[in-house]
Design a protein around this ligand. Structure first.
Ligand SMILES: Cc1cc2nc3c(=O)[nH]c(=O)nc-3n(C[C@H](O)[C@H](O)[C@H](O)COP(=O)(O)O)c2cc1C
Length: 369
């Protein structure tokens, strides 16, 4: 049944754009069972490889309210477990199951086998990921396609933050006939060391981990827009999504759906319900569906790309009646152009219209003239 929230990836119909991403939340039928009351549109299993992982421990570190580092590796359960028990049990919970698989070799000779086993086990789609270097992903995707008729999602990592790199990789992936590109996995490697002991917190030998959570959301948005705009790819945005507003932002930039992991780890599984409720209210209020909103902001970006020069607005203007006198704008102004008088903020002549105060003001009292 179609609703304002519904979306699709190839032939995979989804009740909403909110999918739980591959990770510790989807590492077994027992962990997935906890998610079901909050009705995610689908879950992506913990990544399945030909041999079970022996992950370092500890492997997850909360770095800030907005970020995690992890070095969790793929699933510590075998493909036979997932095919015979894991996927059938998760299917019985009544959710859509996307089986995540990865090759441990460049050639990907095991990918056909993994794809066949997960297809026979009843998965609804297959997500093919890579161990942070997407160079061999196209070959792995072809091997999967030859053994499965299910919708196939290609999950990329972005080791080089350059348009040319991402577009070249995106093109090669799309040539394999995938149904969507998931952008993206975590970013890294990264390092955190405890200053009292001098020891890294995470268990990997070099102490490194990979970054996820709201801190990486701007990358997710940028690469979603790039792949949707330049390659007309079907994109699933993944990375830093934690609020319903983030889902709308991704959809406006061309995403067909989103995947979420870290926000649920940082805030609890209720996040899924909160996001779905927020989306529902927003879409009902506007009388617009996810499908209708998809890609709307891309038009604006395309128009801007035609301009001879970048945008130059300003100076900003303070609506004195809305100003609460908190002084945050004055504190953050890099050139000291904002001054306070009788508990109201005023902008002086040295203002350079950088825009920081507009986004800092909690009362939204600063706009453009
Ligand atoms: C602890 C942890 C384990 C993860 N394990 C996997 C995995 O097995 N396979 C995979 O494709 N991605 C894995 N990821 C990456 C997430 O699926 C997701 O791509 C990434 O964290 C960015 O999204 P987020 O900011 O919503 O977490 C893991 C992430 C975390 C934090």
């Amino acid at each position: 049944m179609s609703s304002l929230l519904s979306t699709s990836i190839g032939e995979l119909e989804l009740s909403s754009p909110v999918i739980v991403a591959s990770g510790p939340l989807t590492s077994s039928p027992e962990t997935v069972k906890r998610l079901i009351p909050y009705k995610p549109a689908a879950i992506v299993t913990k990544t399945i490889a030909i041999r079970p992982a022996k992950p370092p421990k500890p492997n997850i570190l909360r770095l800030s309210r907005f970020s995690l580092l992890n070095c969790e590796d793929w699933s510590d359960r075998s493909p036979a477990y997932w095919a015979e028990e894991g996927i059938p049990k998760i299917k019985k919970l009544g959710t859509t199951v996307i089986a995540s698989i990865v090759s441990l070799s460049r050639k990907g000779e095991e990918m056909g086998y993994l794809a066949r086993r997960m297809t026979e086990a009843g998965a609804d789609a297959i997500e093919v990921t890579c161990l942070y270097d997407p160079a061999y992903l196209p070959d792995h995707l072809r091997a999967v396609r030859s053994e499965s008729d299910l919708p196939i999602l290609a999950k990329i990592s972005i080791p080089e933050l350059r348009d040319e790199y991402v577009l070249r990789m995106g093109r090669k992936i799309m040539e394999t006939g995938v149904d969507a590109i998931v952008a993206s996995d975590t970013y890294g490697p990264c390092l955190h060391v405890d200053i009292t002991t001098g020891e890294p917190f995470l268990g990997k030998k070099d102490g490194s981990g990979r970054l996820s959570g709201p801190a990486i959301k701007p990358f997710t948005m940028y690469f979603t827009a790039l792949l949707a705009r330049e390659l007309k790819a079907t994109v699933i945005s993944c990375g830093g999504i934690s609020r319903w507003e983030d889902v709308i932002e991704a959809v406006l930039l061309g995403a067909s759906a989103t995947e979420i992991c870290t926000a649920i780890l940082l805030e609890g599984i209720e996040v899924i319900g909160r996001i779905l409720e927020g989306l529902s209210e927003y879409l009902s209020r506007r009388g617009e569906s996810i499908q209708e909103l998809k890609g709307k902001a891309l038009e604006r970006i395309k128009n801007r790309l035609q301009l001879p020069e970048p945008i130059r607005v300003g100076p900003p203007k303070i609506d004195v009646s809305s100003c609460t006198g908190c002084g945050l704008c004055a504190k953050s102004c890099p050139v000291g152009a904002i001054y306070m008088e009788k508990e109201k903020a005023f902008i002086g002549k040295s203002c350079e219209a950088c825009g920081l105060c507009v986004s800092v003001c909690p009362a939204k009292a600063i706009g453009w003239s």
